[in-house]
Design a protein around this ligand. Sequence first.
Ligand code: SF4
Length: 348
Amino acid sequence: MNARRVSKPIKIGRVTIGGNAPIVVQSMTNTDTRDVMSTIRQIEELEDCGCELIRVAVPDVEAARAISAIKKGISIPLIADIHFDYRLALMALEARADGLRLNPGNISDPEKVKAVVKEAKERSIPIRVGANAGSLPRTSDPKLTIAEQMVDAALQQIKLLESLDFDLIKVSLKAFDVPTTIAAYQSIASKIPYPLHIGITEAGPPRSGIIRSTVGIGTLLYLGIGDTIRVSLTAQPREEVIAGYEILKSLNLRQHGPILVSCPSCGRTEVDIVKLAEAVEAELLKIDKPIKVAVMGCVVNGPGEAKDADVGIACGKGRAVLFKKGKKLRTIQEKDFVSALMAEVERL
Ligand code: SF4
């Protein structure tokens, strides 16, 4: 795995992005931002599963005005997502958003960008320059690849921000196509000092979207690129946060709650291991400890294959061996599989 790219840290509220700070997991609400109560409720649910930064869409004046009320009800920093109308960015700053996301593809008038940067600078509020493959500026050179056009669009806006003596910058270059996204981030990574927000845009519903996002985000992280991630799914945003942490845990980049080791089951299995693993996974979502828990389908290979687990069960017909760090604790009956395992988890 490559060493992490060195980036200039910025602060969004109390959360540091870049430098040596942990890679931050963020998500975006899918409630109507103007519906303050529903938006706060969703953000609270996201905070509970570990979301560290939240972005809300600001499509109109009412949504921009709602930001200050939403902020009063939440604990994590809030980023206002602005497209087309720079005045909404100014209103979001007024409403004390902790960060802004602007798309160079649809706020391209330098004078309008300047007005936003001036206000953001006064308040020390960072701006994400977020170029998307689907909304590139009309001035993009069609002879360039999509990845090159994304990099170009971002660099032009970064240059404008820098010319205004503004450096609280974060950059994203997202496409649905994974190789395009990877190429774009690899290209820009060596050209700018700013932290990178990485993700695959509109990745799809969970089954395909998590795979697509994991291949893209995982590859970039393995290359040392990326300071904050958003897994973009057609699903409830909490699924994005859970998937984000799973990606980071897979690469040993963050610890967050338990890791579940479960076998795929085979001809030796004598219990419904799929149902059991799902039940244990649901229980583990309530646990914060960074532990490893194993659910194995047989006593022949189970304990050995999961010997580095803190606690686990290896199931036989109607019974299972409960083990801790590879050592047998006792035999339990099928009706107690989940409760006995979870009791041992609580004891750790
Ligand atoms: S742990 Fe046992 S049941 Fe599970 S896949 Fe391995 S051999 Fe099969």
